[in-house]
Design a protein around this ligand. Structure first.
Ligand SMILES: [Ca+2]
Length: 353
């Protein structure tokens, strides 16, 4: 706990003794049933469960070498090195645990109240966990930035914002600036969006580096935004603008859906150009198919006519009536000997030699 003055009223009064082998370890052992213990004037050990008053002194004022361990300090004349066997309850600090800190899971430093693991209670930030950030936003439009933006943000920060729109409305958000310390899994610094009014709702995504969620539109009336940083390496932070849209409902009979969609441009989205290309290819293929069938039919007709001429039959042109002499494809059911597709052309030149 440090070096304290021990003049006038003694700091610890429950038990004390002198020892030629005095050292913090020995004194701690002999004061094990007490909450506090201290070494003073080299060979003096004191124990106690309460500290009525203690004024901290400069560390340099405690300069007595411990007789039981020459590498350690055992106070000085009217100066005591205080130690504590167990800490204050969570959320309190000072020698009598009378001051309040705001650490979420760890204890506070006995003297300064700083959170020992750097974690702060939600809604608090800073080394001493005494600066508030985040908040609940209900204005129809607004801006959220990391603290210090556009200067580098602080370390060991955990901030939570909640945007609450009226029932039946939704929230449009857009990041106009985004630069957080990068990690492939965003384990250092990150911004996380949640699908509802607090961080217990499903996460929409955790973001870091310089690739932000470009924009998002909630499908419910609330969004939770968490910004967290670790102890090293800061960046510029972020700036988010939002607007509340839609028509507020007059009743709140049912809980709204809490699906939030984030639009991030990707290269995999189909485009009108791709659809146009596909349609053009289909049309050309169809035309080519029809032409191919016509050519096959034409060849078959020519072969059969040559065969009939060689065997004494009549030509196709003489079988056709004059009104059938046009350039076209047509189907004709011959009531006589055959049934097939037929192509007739004026003069039929080119089909016979
Ligand atoms: Ca960091």
């Amino acid at each position: 706990m440090g070096c304290y003055q021990d003049s006038g009223n003694r700091v610890l009064t429950d038990y004390d003794y002198f020892s030629d082998s005095n050292a913090p370890a020995e004194c701690s052992k002999n004061c094990s049933n007490y909450k506090f213990f201290g070494v003073e004037a080299r060979n003096h050990c004191l124990c106690g469960n309460t500290i009525i008053s203690a004024t901290q002194a400069l560390e340099s004022e405690c300069r007595g070498i411990c007789p039981g361990n020459i590498s350690q300090i055992c106070g000085a004349d009217r100066r005591i090195n205080l130690y504590k066997h167990w800490g204050c309850p969570l959320g309190s600090y000072s020698v009598n645990c009378s001051k309040q800190c705001h650490c979420l899971v760890s204890s506070c430093d006995d003297v300064t109240g700083e959170c020992e693991n750097g974690g702060c209670k939600d809604g608090w930030k800073g080394i001493s966990c005494n600066e508030k950030c985040g908040g609940v936003l209900t204005d129809p439009f607004g801006v959220i930035t990391s603290h210090n933006f556009p200067s580098y943000y602080n370390s060991k920060v955990h901030c939570t914002w909640v945007i609450n729109a009226p029932e039946g409305c939704w929230i449009n958000g857009k990041f106009t600036d985004f630069a957080l310390e990068y990690h492939s899994n965003c384990i250092y610094d990150y911004l996380e969006l949640f699908n509802g009014p607090n961080a217990s709702y499903p996460s929409i995504g955790k973001f870091c580096g310089t690739v932000p969620p470009m924009q998002f539109t909630s499908q419910s009336n609330s969004v939770c935004i968490v910004f967290s940083t670790d102890s090293d390496n800061s960046e510029r932070g972020f700036r988010l603008t939002y607007t509340i849209s839609g028509q507020a409902k007059e009743t709140t009979a049912s809980k709204p859906s809490t699906t939030v969609t984030i639009s991030i441009p990707t290269a995999t989205t189909s485009s009108p150009t791709r659809n146009t290309t596909f349609a053009t290819t289909l049309a050309v293929s169809s035309v080519l198919g029809v032409v191919l069938v016509a050519v096959i039919i034409f060849i078959v007709v020519c072969i059969r006519r040559r065969h009939r001429q060689s065997t004494g039959g009549v030509s196709a042109s003489t079988e056709s009536s004059p009104e059938n002499n046009y350039d076209d494809l047509l189907t004709s059911r011959d009531p006589g000997n055959y049934d097939f597709l037929q192509m007739t052309t004026r003069g039929q030149q080119g089909c016979t030699n």
